[in-house]
Design a protein around this ligand. Structure first.
Ligand SMILES: [Zn+2]
Length: 139
């Protein structure tokens, strides 16, 4: 499952950071989720909670920050954002395709300035750790 592998990636990154620095405990982790990643936040939260058992992340507060994607027109250079509604309005086949071929699906969204379908994704399909609140040794 998609969310399980993302959760594993997040935990690995946090454990790596903890190893490099003098961190006793992770209090809070903020995860930035690009809306084009189509990650189900509740599934991701569940996966993180289950998989963080016996790791530095156990018991940490998990917060999500969703990021609206930014697209750019390859023809005229216009940049524009996609709203959650526009992404959720895609049919199921397009959503599945978006998982595998985001660049192809970006072409479903035409440039609002020149009407071109030569669009590319600038941002909004990544899932990453954006903030870590920790308890350090001796503090
Ligand atoms: Zn354009």
């Amino acid at each position: 499952m998609h969310e399980t592998s993302i959760a594993a990636g997040i935990i690995a990154i946090v454990e790596d950071t903890v190893k490099r620095e003098d961190i006793v405990r992770v209090l809070e982790v903020e995860v930035e989720v690009g809306l084009l990643s189509l990650v189900d936040l509740e599934s991701l939260r569940f996966a993180l909670e289950v998989m963080s058992k016996n790791t530095v992340l156990e018991g940490a507060r998990i917060t999500f920050k969703t990021v609206e994607p930014l697209l750019r027109c390859s023809r005229c250079g216009a940049e524009w954002g996609l709203s959650r509604g526009e992404i959720e309005g895609l049919d199921d086949a397009s959503k599945i395709a978006l998982h595998m071929y985001p660049e192809a699906v970006a072409r479903l969204f035409r440039c609002p300035r020149c009407g071109s379908s030569e669009t590319e994704i600038v941002s909004g399909r990544d899932v990453r750790v954006s903030k870590l609140r920790v308890e350090e040794k001796g503090s």
